[in-house]
Design a protein around this ligand. Structure first.
Ligand SMILES: [Zn+2]
Length: 296
């Protein structure tokens, strides 16, 4: 009997010990699998570019918006400034020898965003034209629309590839009561870097896209509505958490943009601010790992 007792104890201890280790092993495995799934999802969202080449030019169009993006040979023009900026865009596109823009994004129908797009589409063709509306009661919009074969009205959540970058539409509301809030808001992800273009989206659109569960976090924020106090709410800024902000704004404009409140919110968040009224055209590049603001 005395010999058997230890054997019984031993056999009892085995399942107990096995059970304890299996919990730890299962936990470690779950963590590894979870991490691998997270990495795979992130890679699928924005894989690291093999030959990184993303260049963005925030074009100084005064109290208006325009940006030219070139990613691994593909081109995108987001907004075109006012009508009088058309010549600048035309010259820029010709100098860059761009014969076809892969994407033209008219964030919304206001003239300071659509005005120069007609001239841009005189300089070159456009494959895909994104806009919240196909019609708007202004000469500037009609001149633009006359040069567009087909409009694409995107939906929040839509995704598409742009060169080696991934683009997601975070907001586009053709039925918004306020035209600014119809703005196409898009996030461009390139490797570990990202850029958020907001058009003139105001609080209502910012809150709506957050409530819808979209992730607007970005390395660079093109500040909404030229730095107006109607945009860049605390909640939105906390979700974007940019390192850099670009404000497209006219010198001594009559709107008082950018608003002191917005500038102070950005400074409080430790964001480096670039302004077209102070710098003229603003250039930045991404190698997929970091964003660098450069000279032309
Ligand atoms: Zn505007």
């Amino acid at each position: 009997m005395s010999k058997k007792e230890p054997i019984i104890e031993k056999t009892n201890s085995k399942p107990h010990s096995y059970s304890k280790y299996s919990w730890i092993i299962a936990l470690v495995l779950a963590l590894i699998v979870g991490y691998m799934e997270y990495r795979a999802q992130k890679e699928a969202e924005s894989p690291m570019p093999v030959n990184p080449d993303l260049r963005i030019q925030f074009i100084d169009v005064g109290q208006a918006d325009a940006a030219l993006l070139i990613c691994e040979g593909e081109t995108m023009l987001i907004d075109g400034g006012n009508v009088e900026d058309g010549q600048k865009l035309y010259t820029l596109l010709k100098e860059q020898k761009i014969t076809t823009l892969d994407y033209v994004v008219c964030t919304h129908a206001h003239e300071d965003h659509v005005g120069g797009l007609a001239a841009a589409l005189t300089a070159c063709k456009a494959d895909t034209v994104l806009c919240p509306v196909t019609d708007y009661d202004s000469k500037a919009f009609r001149n633009f629309a006359d040069r567009v074969d087909t409009f694409t009205i995107p939906h929040a959540g839509d995704r598409f590839d742009f060169g080696g970058a991934k683009v997601q539409i975070l907001s586009c509301d053709p039925d918004a009561g306020e035209t600014n809030n119809s703005s196409i808001v898009l996030k461009l992800s390139y490797g570990q870097t990202s850029f958020l273009f907001t058009g003139d989206a105001e609080y209502a659109a910012e809150q709506a896209l957050l409530d819808a569960g979209f992730d607007p976090s970005a390395t660079v924020l093109k500040v909404g509505h030229h730095g107006s106090s109607t945009s860049t709410s605390y909640r939105f800024l906390n979700a974007v958490m940019p390192q850099y902000a670009v404000i497209s704004v006219g010198e001594d404009n009559s709107y008082g943009h950018p608003d002191d409140e917005v500038l102070s919110r950005l400074r409080d968040a430790d964001v480096t601010i670039y302004r077209t009224d102070e710098e003229g055209d603003i250039f930045c590049t991404s190698d997929g790992k970091k964003v660098t603001f450069t000279q032309p």
